[in-house]
Write a protein that binds this ligand. Structure first.
Ligand code: ATP
Ligand code: MG
Length: 183
């Protein structure tokens, strides 16, 4: 499974619809300070269900919506779609039949988020479920951000364990158990 497209609209500095196509396994995003490199990574984490505005470098979730500039008015909603190439069938189970998987999240200024899976409305959980145990996800080790290496080096054993459990594919089952116990 490989992230092949990121489609952004109204998200942070990406007010106009913009599509990034990743045609190979290695993609670099380069550009001057403030051009939106980190915003692209925020976008990826946001679709995968990140629910903390702070982790997206904002004060409230509304801060992900384009807030206007000297030449443009602010907009009412943000949306991001991630398209994954699953032609190798590595995302198995019920998803194995799809060579392409699209996950999308939209938010409007009332703070309501809507999630879509291959175009159909779904729950946040349906999206987070796909990525649990794959190493991808809003806070997982597939995204190594500034400061993360030193955080890992300084981590307490129980914090490190979370990463190991994700890599071993057991975080999914722990999440299920937590849900059942909380019912
Ligand atoms: P650096 O090289 O300094 O890390 P960067 O390319 O990572 O820069 P980003 O942090 O992605 O830059 O982008 C910052 C820009 O995004 C700033 O100009 C900021 O004003 C703009 N921005 C962030 N949120 C919004 C928003 N809601 N509406 C409009 N612009 C926004
Ligand atoms: Mg940056």
């Amino acid at each position: 499974m490989r992230l092949s497209k990121i489609k952004l609209a109204g998200f942070k500095s990406f007010v106009d619809p913009t599509t990034f196509e990743m045609r190979s396994n290695l993609t670099a995003i380069v550009g001057p300070n403030g051009c939106g490199k980190s915003n692209t990574i925020d976008a990826v984490r946001w679709v995968m269900g990140e629910s903390s505005a702070k982790h997206l470098r904002g004060a409230s979730m509304e801060d992900v919506i384009f807030n206007g500039s000297s030449s443009r008015k602010k907009v009412g909603q943000a949306s991001i779609e991630l398209v994954f190439d699953n032609s190798d069938g590595s995302l198995g189970g019920e998803y194995a039949q799809y060579s392409e998987i699209s996950t999308k999240r939209q938010i409007s200024r009332d703070g309501q988020s809507k999630y879509f899976l291959n175009g159909s409305r779904c729950r946040r959980r349906d999206i987070t479920d796909i990525f649990l145990g794959t190493g991808l996800g809003p806070r997982s080790y597939a995204i190594i951000e500034q400061g993360m290496i030193s955080r890992l080096i300084d981590a307490k054993p129980e914090e490190l364990r979370v990463y190991i459990e994700e890599a071993a594919g057991i975080s999914k089952y722990k999440e299920r158990r937590r849900e059942t116990e909380n019912r």
